[in-house]
Every structure is written in structure tokens, then in C-alpha cells.
Design a protein around this ligand. Structure first.
Ligand code: ADP
Length: 177
């Protein structure tokens, strides 16, 4: 068997906008462990993809642990796939939050690699209702993605900020500040 195709580097870019409109191979959803749909980016993705179809696909999978990731079709999104990952709820930072958040990025890239997705867009996982401080979360996102460069078929990881503050945090960490 030939070795699967590997790229040697992964471009990590920060942009501001609505993740549901992006023309990427896969968008990551900040889901809950019941994959039941919710507010925030989860609600936006369900609305744009098609609530009925996405709900049925999520119900067929049933559950996802914190720090893990599962994939469905993107249905009516421009993206071909949705990778649902479950971030940690922030409880002050001494409850394994950082490891779980890093695992979300790592597992999402692993699932993207299994799918053959070359471009993947991430929302700022856990920084909404789950309460993770945005700058600490951004550091975990950038460091984890950097550590995965060269291990995945993913050649472009987009960090999608919904607000200007999150964008400036990403830009500073990526050396674009
Ligand atoms: P969590 O429950 O993991 O905290 P939320 O959806 O509440 O997830 O928030 C995660 C992040 O997604 C927040 O920074 C929020 O501003 C952002 N967000 C909300 N809607 C969108 C969207 N349509 N596109 C990109 N990011 C979004």
C-alpha cells in the first residue's frame, strides 16, 4: 500500500466572519455532547445546513464526548462536511479545560484527515456559552494546530473569529498583529 499523501506544512490563517458561508471542505461545529443543536455557532450551522437533515444525521450518531469529534454531511452549507466537536465548559482552568480544548482541535484535524478534507474552518470553540477566556482559548487553538502541521492532509486551517477582538488575538498569536 502506498503511503497516504501528506503535506509538510499547514497554513493557519485568521479571518473574521460567519463560518456558515465559507467555501471550505469542512467546517467545525462547537456542538454539545448530545449533538442536539443549540445556540451560538451550533444554531447558525443547523439553520444554514438545514435543521431537519442535520438533526437526523446527528441523532443517528447520538453522542460525542468532550474533546472528541464526529463528522456529518454539510447538507446545504457550501462546506462538504461538518465536523462536530464538543469543547470543555470553563470551570476556572483547573479542571482539564486546556487538554480537552486542545483535543478538540487535534481530533477535528484527525477526522478531517480521515475524510480527505484539505481546508477546515474552526470557530472559537468554547468561548461563547461555555465561557472559556478568548485569549487563552486562542493560544490553545494556535499552538495545537501548529503542533499538527505536517501530520495531516489538511493544508489550510482557518480560525474564524466572529468578533473583532477575537480576530486581533489570533492575529497577534500568528505574528500578524
Ligand atoms: P461554545 O458553547 O463552545 O462556547 P458558542 O457557539 O456559544 O460555543 O460560541 C463559540 C464561538 O463561536 C463564540 O466566539 C461565538 O462568538 C462564535 N460564533 C457564534 N456564531 C458564529 C458564526 N455564525 N460563525 C462563526 N463564529 C460564531
Amino acid at each position: 500500500m502506498p503511503e497516504p499523501y501528506r503535506v509538510v506544512s499547514m497554513l493557519i490563517e485568521a479571518i473574521q466572519g460567519d463560518i456558515t458561508g465559507l467555501e471550505v471542505d469542512a467546517v467545525v461545529n462547537a456542538a454539545n455532547s448530545a449533538l442536539a443543536g443549540g445556540g451560538g455557532v451550533d444554531g447558525a450551522i443547523h439553520a444554514a445546513a438545514g435543521r431537519y437533515e442535520l438533526h437526523a444525521a446527528c441523532a443517528a450518531i447520538g453522542h460525542c464526548d468532550s474533546g472528541d469529534a464526529v463528522a456529518t454531511s454539510g447538507f446545504r452549507l457550501p462546506a462538504r462536511w461538518i465536523i462536530h466537536t464538543v469543547g470543555p465548559v470553563w470551570h476556572g482552568g483547573n479542571h482539564g479545560e486546556e487538554g480537552t480544548l486542545a483535543s478538540c482541535y487535534r481530533r477535528s484535524i484527525e477526522v478531517a484527515t480521515e475524510l480527505g478534507a484539505r481546508s477546515v474552518a474552526f470557530p472559537a470553540i468554547s468561548t461563547g456559552v461555555y465561557g472559556y477566556p478568548p485569549d487563552a482559548a486562542a493560544r490553545v487553538a494556535v499552538n495545537t494546530l501548529r503542533s499538527l502541521a505536517g501530520t495531516a492532509v489538511v493544508d489550510t486551517a482557518l480560525l474564524v473569529a466572529f468578533d473583532a477582538r477575537t480576530l486581533s488575538i489570533y492575529r497577534e498569536l500568528l505574528g500578524e498583529g
